[in-house]
Design a protein around this ligand. Sequence first.
Ligand SMILES: O=C(CO)[C@H](O)[C@H](O)COP(=O)(O)O
Ligand SMILES: [Fe+2]
Length: 235
Amino acid sequence: MSSSGVYSCSCKIGPSILNGDLSCLGDECKRMMDAGADYLHLDVMDGHFVPNITFGATMVKWLRKKQPGVFFDLHMMVSEPEKWVDEMADAGANQYTFHLEATENPRDLIKQIRNRGMKVGIGIKPGTPVEKVLPYVSDVDMVLIMTVEPGFGGQKFMADMMPKVKHLRRNHPGLDIEVDGGVGLSTIATAAEAGANMIVSGSAVVKSPDPKSVITQLREITEKWIKQNAQQQTQ
Ligand SMILES: O=C(CO)[C@H](O)[C@H](O)COP(=O)(O)O
Ligand SMILES: [Fe+2]
């Protein structure tokens, strides 16, 4: 979809509220948007695909009422992702990011998501080689490279996932590439240099006393690398 030959990706910062105060998720979302976030990354976990449970479509529906205009990227860490497409679309999701490992029929699922008017994201866990996702890249809007084992916030960034990001960026200069897990001020340069442009940051933003400053710095560093990488491509 978005992987043209031109280095045309733009920086987007999407906080994950997973490690925020889940008892007041609506306020946490507002706090993140007020701090300058471009979108919200909502982590849906089913206790089966990952060993943790968060929330489902009902929560998304209520968040949508509180944040009518915000882009919701649903990170679906669930088995049988086909099951929740309709409910998430009805709840107001903008993008449905499923895990390649969770489905037997990625192509059918991509169609199903599109038919419900949502953008399509496809994610891979650290143990999944990037080659597995390549056949689907031109049919999706975004590829998510997990930089931690999915399931919990606050884990250590896996820099050894960067060759996957580099491979995708080299071959798809216009693609939205998202990194998720352990991304903060000490790791953003590594991810951005590799070519990530959609930056999910959880603990580093929500736990900071100054989330606005963290988001601003994440953006500055990512934009710097987008420019630098684009220049290198034209040389
Ligand atoms: O998908 C996730 C975990 O499976 C979260 O989005 C991710 O962990 C963000 O939190 P942090 O930046 O604290 O790692
Ligand atoms: Fe996530």
